[in-house]
Design a protein around this ligand. Sequence first.
Ligand SMILES: *[C@@H]1O[C@H](CO)[C@@H](O)[C@H](O)[C@H]1NC(C)=O
Ligand SMILES: *[C@@H]1O[C@H](CO)[C@@H](O)[C@H](O)[C@H]1NC(C)=O
Ligand SMILES: *[C@@H]1O[C@H](CO)[C@@H](O)[C@H](O)[C@H]1NC(C)=O
Length: 307
Amino acid sequence: MDRLGGLWGSLPLAFLLLLGAAFNSAPGANAWSKEGHMITCKIAQSLLEPEAKEAVYHLLPGYVKGDLSALCVWPDQIRHWHKYSWTSPLHFIDTPDDACSFTYSRDCHDQHGVKDMCVAGAVKNFTSQLLHYREGTADRRYNMTEALLFLSHFMGDIHQPMHVGFTTDEGGNTIELRWFRHKSNLHHVWDREIIQTALADYYEKDVDQLLQDIERNYTDGIWSSDVSSWQHCSDISKCVTSWAKESIQIACKWGYNGVEAGETLADDYFNSRMPYVMKRIAQGGVRLAMILNQVFGSSEEGFAAAT
Ligand SMILES: *[C@@H]1O[C@H](CO)[C@@H](O)[C@H](O)[C@H]1NC(C)=O
Ligand SMILES: *[C@@H]1O[C@H](CO)[C@@H](O)[C@H](O)[C@H]1NC(C)=O
Ligand SMILES: *[C@@H]1O[C@H](CO)[C@@H](O)[C@H](O)[C@H]1NC(C)=O
């Protein structure tokens, strides 16, 4: 074996197999596309302060060489495995049809009514778990690597507007239509079609070019004066609620509005919705960094109250 032998040998084989499987298998059905999650995580990782950077590096398996984005789709790959079936309701929120609002106590539960089992509850859950990281190995009740990957993924999902959608149509999944010339559904249009079309039309199918454009737009472009307000968050419970509210409001106004099953969505829909998709990816990344910096940073401020 080569130099990697040592690295591989130092990690439980099952974990590596599992990561390998996740990395190679087909994209999951219901989440920001692989690209959407990867960009969210790349943005976040680029904004980490030294302590958070170090902690993230330490928690990731050596296999990914410190690249969080390589594992940001992992929760989609394992959600249908029996061992992880409890995670399935954590990817979304079903809100009452046409209410266009989110109320944590009313909406954050799974289909059996179990409280907190929704993407807003999941972000709180894995943030609280990671707060125990600094207590040291002995006190850890939870798997911190899994907590990091789940948090990173669900911060993407909570920002995908159609992940906070209506109940009957499953966040647009049952609204079948065409995207230009191929079959799709309204959920997938927001998960992946808009991103894929943007990549093909404007970025030579190169995710890094798109990432750079998004980064330019929040450093000194169209969103630069909004970034500090995106990051404002002292109580994680309140933050997840407001992020989910933002999503359902965009879903109502720009996702569902005027769309009928069976129709063809094309240029008009693409051009008017793409800016929202890109902004939500940017917000997810910036806010994921904000959480990780608070959770792993040495300041006594932050989310202590959430534990
Ligand atoms: C954490 O989770 C991974 C994958 O789910 C597993 O392979 C690893 O052994 C776990 N780590 C600990 C310390 O239990
Ligand atoms: C929180 O995470 C634990 C596993 O670490 C899981 O058993 C529980 O269902 C999760 N709850 C939510 C709301 O994510
Ligand atoms: C960045 O901003 C410009 C306008 O200044 C816009 O044309 C472009 O689509 C934006 N890119 C992304 C990825 O949001």
